[in-house]
Design a protein. Structure first.
Length: 83
């Protein structure tokens, strides 16, 4: 079970990193080639907010994937035996 949790952790971190890289590349492109009027001058602030939101959601995903199997395992250990 520990191996499954480790694989899920690594996959969650890789997906989060990929999202941040794609956002960074998009905002770098916007900063170099021009942006819409509503975005002009706010590229850095918006990127930082989106990157922090991505990091927070990635950490929540990791915690959810670790907590759920632990909770299910605790239920099976504390439930009375039928029989």
């Amino acid at each position: 079970m520990l191996k499954v949790v480790r694989v899920q952790f690594v996959s969650s971190m890789l997906v989060g990193a990929a999202i941040v890289i794609v956002l960074g590349a998009a905002f770098l492109f916007i900063a170099r080639h021009g942006s819409p009027a509503w975005l002009a001058g706010y590229e850095r602030e918006i990127f930082i907010k989106l990157a922090l939101a991505t990091v927070a959601l990635t950490l929540l995903d990791v915690l959810w994937r670790v907590e759920t199997p632990a909770r299910e395992e605790a239920k099976t250990q504390t439930s009375p035996d039928e029989g």
